[in-house]
Design a protein around this ligand. Structure first.
Ligand SMILES: *[C@@H]1O[C@H](CO)[C@@H](O)[C@H](O)[C@H]1NC(C)=O
Ligand SMILES: *[C@@H]1O[C@H](CO)[C@@H](O)[C@H](O)[C@H]1NC(C)=O
Ligand SMILES: *[C@@H]1O[C@H](CO)[C@@H](O)[C@H](O)[C@H]1NC(C)=O
Length: 375
């Protein structure tokens, strides 16, 4: 008994990743869209925003678009850096979360970090990881929710952070890395897609999780969340300016992120209580660049739960939307990556919140197998 307890303690000590939080000042600029949309602040305005967003025959982004404008600013990014106990890994993974979460998505505290992607990456595979709160979210600088916090500016932030990490100029990250991997989830995958297209030689490998390039199924997500004005969500009202929108019911979170039979009900409650909002400017620019062929020249994995609602309509193997051209909706991304080595995985039973379901373990197995064979 005593011996095994001691052994267990030793194993835990060996596997203890070292993490610390960072506050990173950045100066960036981007060509942002100028929308004539007033920030939605009442329930009726938020509801109408989503009804308009999904209406066929109508392009809401185009309807409100007045032109483009260069935004420049100084911002502060909140991030967490982790490395193995015995020193930095030679490869850094840069992790970008999606809507409804902050950077904790990657090292989810629920059940003593049982679902943590970072734990697997650092403790079992020896990577260093850098996860950041997207600009406009969590503890990073907030901004105008329509004309400032857009995918364009957030990709500019990802680009600047990546360059700073490569050159070893992030205060608090005392390491030089040989290789880089960019990993995204959902909106963070859309951003990662644009980053690797704009910087095709930067990363050795990239992983897009909770993602596809089939736009047909966003309706269920947009309406199923029952988004509310931020000022009506008590856990978030004081942290964000009016105009942000969020989901604060377990029903909404369940529809958007969890697949049938694949989740612990306590996880759903936890994710709902700790949810983060989205900015309408992000929703209006979510599809920006995703129909462009990607110049990325490294190894790419697109990996999505079979029951992902927004990107697969709850069934990645039904190929009606792509006229059966590929075996599943994830494999359909292949022609977008003519210069990369393309891989795709549909995770059995997985939902959109890939890291938070019981299937997360098999998703991680696929990701690390891909990375091991790619780097
Ligand atoms: C909607 O309009 C935006 C802005 O003009 C454009 O970039 C986008 O391609 C359009 N989307 C579709 C599906 O046509
Ligand atoms: C792929 O690489 C070739 C050769 O470098 C280049 O001409 C082409 O533009 C690249 N494709 C994309 C989509 O960027
Ligand atoms: C998904 O679609 C395929 C092909 O249409 C079908 O055979 C399968 O039963 C569907 N899966 C679910 C879970 O409904």
């Amino acid at each position: 008994m005593l011996a095994s307890a001691a052994l267990l303690a030793l194993a835990t000590a060996v596997a203890a990743r070292k993490c610390h939080d960072l506050t990173i000042p950045i100066s960036i600029s981007s060509r942002n869209a100028v929308f004539s949309l007033p920030a939605p602040v009442t329930e009726a305005q938020v509801t109408q925003f989503f009804i308009d967003f999904v209406r066929p025959g109508y392009n809401m982004t185009d309807n409100y678009l007045k032109g483009y404008n260069t935004i420049s600013g100084h911002y502060t990014i909140a991030a967490t850096y982790c490395q193995p106990d015995n020193g930095p890994g030679s490869t850094l993974q840069i992790l970008t979360h999606g809507a409804a979460f902050d950077r904790s998505y990657w090292d989810y505290p629920f059940n003593n970090h049982e679902y943590s992607y970072v734990a697997r990456a650092v403790d079992e595979h020896g990577y260093s990881t850098f996860s950041w709160d997207r600009l406009g979210i969590g503890r990073s600088t907030k901004g105008d929710p329509v004309n400032e916090i857009q995918q364009f500016l957030e990709v500019a932030a990802l680009t600047e952070l990546s360059a700073l990490l490569r050159s070893g100029s992030v205060k608090g990250v005392d390491a030089k890395f040989d290789k880089f991997v960019h990993v995204g989830h959902s909106f963070g995958s859309a951003m990662t897609y644009n980053f690797i297209n704009q910087n095709p030689d930067f990363s050795d490998a990239a992983v897009l999780t909770g993602y596809s390039q089939v736009p047909n199924y966003i309706v269920g997500f947009a309406l199923g969340g029952n988004f509310k004005p931020i000022k009506e969500i008590s856990s978030l009202a004081r942290s964000y300016p009016a105009g942000y929108v969020g989901v604060d019911t377990t029903i909404g979170m369940n529809i958007q992120f969890f697949a049938p039979g694949d989740f612990d009900p306590k996880m759903l409650s936890y994710a709902t209580a700790h949810g983060q909002p989205a900015a309408p400017g992000e929703i209006l620019t979510i599809g920006a660049g995703s129909a462009n062929t990607n110049a990325f020249s490294g190894k790419i994995l697109v990996i999505t739960g079979d029951r992902d609602l927004p990107f697969c309509g709850g069934n990645c193997t039904d190929t009606t939307a792509i006229q059966g051209a590929y075996p599943d909706l994830i494999a359909a991304s292949k022609p977008f990556f003519p210069n990369a080595t393309f891989n795709s995985v549909v995770v059995p039973n997985g939902g959109h919140g890939l890291n938070l379901g019981y299937s997360a373990k098999s998703a991680y197995d696929s990701i690390f197998e891909f990375l091991e064979s790619s780097l």
